[in-house]
Design a protein around this ligand. Structure first.
Ligand code: IPM
Ligand code: MG
Length: 359
């Protein structure tokens, strides 16, 4: 039986994940596929219970599962802890332990939400981008790192950016493979005009394309220019490939094109398992009020069915159920516009479940 570890985490992570689990129960019943579902504590909730953001027990359960469904982690309560005890550090450890090196973040502008974007309709209409972000290397993990005292009573903060050619190649391969099933266009993002690690990035991506993917079009952009082009001509992008930190930034920007971070799912895939999580954070300011948007979590579940369990049909049905629900005017506060029906997290969740049942 396929195993899923559910870790709702903190803040709105708890509410949005609950909706996805309701939907998963319906999917089990409709598809006849049973999942073994376990739950674990993670992030701030694990710090409160055990003093650390990720216990060995939860880590082992994650390694033992076929897929992890994550909510969100973090919040002001745990912000001032020592670096290694912060919720965020638990998330980075989990990604690293599962060797989930390729982070897929689709940014799609739904026709029903085209006016929710802060950009003009004609710029964002039809945008459909897949950001592929390297997730287990780069400056997030490079050594040396830390803050150390130096002469004159000063301190020095250090982080290190390095990539090996094999780290670049494996994530670039994922990007090209995804592009093969889409519009056959990859934009690789770097800063090779300044950073040697990014010269290697550009050369490695170019070589891989020549060797294995000459039928895919490859464009290189410096990250500053990419940030600009992404709001200038978003429709021209198909797959955007970037290292860990640039991918973090570019994927938030791509998310904003769609109107709300509340809509964006992600999949982190690699060698020892996979993590599916909304791109949004724990949003402590709105947590516990039943106003969060569960669609990012629901679409993360859809990605899980597709990438971890080859259930393309059910995955597509989830997307369709979300579209139908939006078409019928249901909106959470983050995507609300006049003339639509503003509802809470649970209510839009049950509307989506209802649409799914009826497909
Ligand atoms: C993300 C988040 C994380 C990251 C944080 C919470 C550590 O911003 O998943 O994009 O920087 O990777
Ligand atoms: Mg981020």
């Amino acid at each position: 039986m396929p195993k899923i570890l559910v870790i709702p985490g903190d803040g709105i992570g708890v509410e949005v994940t609950a909706v996805s689990i309701d939907l998963l129960n319906i999917i089990e019943r409709k598809s006849g596929t049973k999942f073994e579902i376990e739950e674990g504590l993670f992030g701030g909730s694990s710090i409160d219970a055990h003093g650390i953001p990720l216990t060995d027990e939860v880590k082992d359960k994650a390694l033992d599962s076929d897929a992890v469904l994550l909510g969100a982690v973090g919040g002001p309560k745990w912000e001032n802890l020592e670096h290694s005890l912060k919720p965020e550090s638990g998330l980075l450890t989990l990604r690293k332990e599962l060797d989930a090196f390729a982070n897929l973040r689709p940014a799609i502008v739904y026709p029903a939400l085209v006016d929710a974007s802060t950009l003009k309709k004609e710029i964002v209409e039809g945008v459909d981008i897949m950001v592929v972000r390297e997730l287990t290397g780069g400056i997030y993990f490079g050594q040396p790192r830390g803050i150390e005292p130096i002469a004159g009573g000063e301190q020095k903060g250090v982080n290190t950016l390095h990539y090996t050619s094999s780290e670049i190649e494996r994530v670039a391969r994922v990007a090209f493979q995804i592009a093969e099933k889409r519009n056959k266009h990859v934009t690789s993002i770097d800063k090779s005009n300044v950073l040697e690690s990014m010269v290697l990035w550009r050369d490695t991506v170019t070589e891989l394309r020549e060797k294995e993917f000459s039928h895919i079009e490859l464009e290189h952009l410096y990250v500053d220019n990419a940030a600009m082009q992404l709001i200038r001509r978003p429709k021209t992008f198909d797959v955007m490939l970037a290292g860990n930190m640039f991918g973090d930034i570019i994927s938030d920007e791509a998310a904003q094109l769609t109107g709300s971070l509340g809509m964006l799912p992600s999949a982190s895939v690699g060698n020892k398992g996979a993590i599916y999580e909304p791109v949004h954070g724990s949003a402590p300011d709105i947590a516990g009020q039943d106003i969060a948007n569960p669609i990012a979590s629901i679409l993360s579940l859809s990605m899980m069915l597709k990438y971890s369990f080859n259930m393309d049909k059910e995955s597509g049905m989830i997307e369709q159920a979300v579209k139908n629900t939006l078409d019928k005017g249901f909106r959470t506060a983050d995507i609300y516009q006049e003339g639509t029906n503003k509802v809470g997290c649970r209510e839009i969740g049950s509307a989506i479940c209802g649409e799914f049942e009826n497909l």
